[in-house]
Write a protein of this length. Sequence first.
Length: 105
Amino acid sequence: MKTLALLALLLALASASAFSAENNRSVSSVRWHDGAGEVLMRGEGTSTLNQDKVEVKGGTVYVNGQSYGPVSKNSEIKYTASGSSRTLYVDGKVRAAPPKPGGSR
């Protein structure tokens, strides 16, 4: 009987975790491997990789305060850093910062 109660509790906790991730709460991770770092995010929130701050708020993704455009609430944000190279991906596609107003086209 104790085993069934414990199993029911574990299932309830797992369901609560999945539910909160689907309701626009932040899920993120930071990994380092062979001198390269990676941030994975879904939902609104902030992650830091070395000196770089990756933030999703109000449906927009920002890197170090600069907007990289709109994202959906379910978008997967990946930011990688290796040496001097930095790349932002939104749903698997490279995302460049939008041109600044008044810049050349």
